[in-house]
Design a binder for this molecule. Structure first.
Ligand SMILES: Nc1ncnc2c1ncn2[C@@H]1O[C@H](COP(=O)(O)OP(=O)(O)OP(=O)(O)O)[C@@H](O)[C@H]1O
Ligand SMILES: [Mg+2]
Length: 281
């Protein structure tokens, strides 16, 4: 993690219009993210995680507050922010290959030749083990396969900011572990800023900068007391929230819109007794 703030959410509040009046899905969310940081968002279903991601992606506009990326306000989507959507939104009339090509052309037109683009798309299909289905359309492949194409599309864009909404949700354990490892390698190589939503505590603890230090050897971590400490802190946080869904009236609104990041100190200077900081906005 660098000291410099790369991405900053300030007082982000959003009211969605509904039949019964405006619904406040987020209330005063503040988050500073350094360049190259890997952040996980965890929280209960409906608490507003996807909404945060969509605002950073530029797909929703905050009613109050806003998002600054590289010193400029985010007003619309841009190719430097690739999104892996929760509902793997691929274009239904395009093949897996063509869906990825769309993103790749947007980013690399003028810098990669046609052949280089083709090789790059194939490389990314291989990364998610989808080369065998490159010419299939979304309605011809399973949910997990669609999810993998969505991941490949985002990774192929080599985005400065990678936004992922439960990217590995529909995958079997082995594919999931393989893609988590690939993601860690890509993140280490590119140094992009990542915001990932997950309901999987182990995944959040394994991947996120603010929770656990590098290097992350899956097997070694199983016996690592610090890793297990973070893991249990995250679980405790989630379960305690669940036990008391509505505290005071103000807090009740907060419980609906609680976005939390779990922070640990940066890699190099983690003291043995480092405590997990749970930051609620
Ligand atoms: N376009 C919209 N119009 C009205 N309400 C919305 C809209 N989008 C989201 N909401 C509401 O805002 C809240 C937060 O939704 P969001 O999709 O961000 O939740 P989430 O934390 O991603 O949940 P999950 O873990 O189930 O994906 C929910 O109560 C949802 O019903
Ligand atoms: Mg969601």
């Amino acid at each position: 993690m660098t000291e410099q703030t790369h991405l900053e959410l300030t007082k982000v509040t959003i009211d969605f219009p509904t039949d019964t009046g405006p619904f406040r899905a987020l209330d005063d969310v503040n988050l500073k993210i350094g360049k190259g940081e890997f952040i996980s968002l965890i929280g209960h279903s409906g608490c507003g995680k996807s909404t945060v991601l969509n605002i950073v992606a530029g797909l929703h506009q905050a009613t109050e507050g806003g998002v600054i990326l590289n010193g400029r306000e985010v007003m619309e989507p841009g190719p430097e922010r690739a999104v892996v959507f929760q509902n793997h939104s691929l274009l239904p009339w395009l093949s897996a290959y063509e869906n990825i090509e769309l993103g790749v052309k947007q980013v690399f037109r003028g810098t990669k030749s046609k052949r280089e683009m083709r090789e790059w798309i194939d490389h990314n299909l291989e990364l998610v083990h989808m080369e065998h289905a490159r010419d299939k359309r979304p309605d011809e492949i399973s949910g997990g396969m669609k999810q993998r194409v969505g991941i490949a599309r985002a990774l192929a864009m080599q985005p400065e900011v990678l936004l992922m909404d439960e990217p590995f949700g529909a995958l079997d354990a082995l594919t999931r572990a393989h893609l988590q490892d690939s993601l860690m390698e890509i993140h280490a190589a590119l140094g992009n800023t990542v915001i990932m939503i997950t309901h999987d505590v182990d995944e959040a603890v394994l991947l996120s900068d603010r929770i656990v230090a590098r290097p992350r050897e899956r097997l070694a971590l199983a016996d690592d007391p610090q890793y297990n400490h973070y893991r249990s802190e995250v679980l405790k946080f989630l379960y305690e929230r669940q036990k008391r869904p509505g505290e005071s009236a103000a807090d009740n609104a907060g419980a609906e819109s609680k976005i939390s990041t779990v922070e640990a100190p940066p890699t190099t200077d983690i003291p043995q007794e480092a405590m997990l900081r749970v930051v609620s906005s």
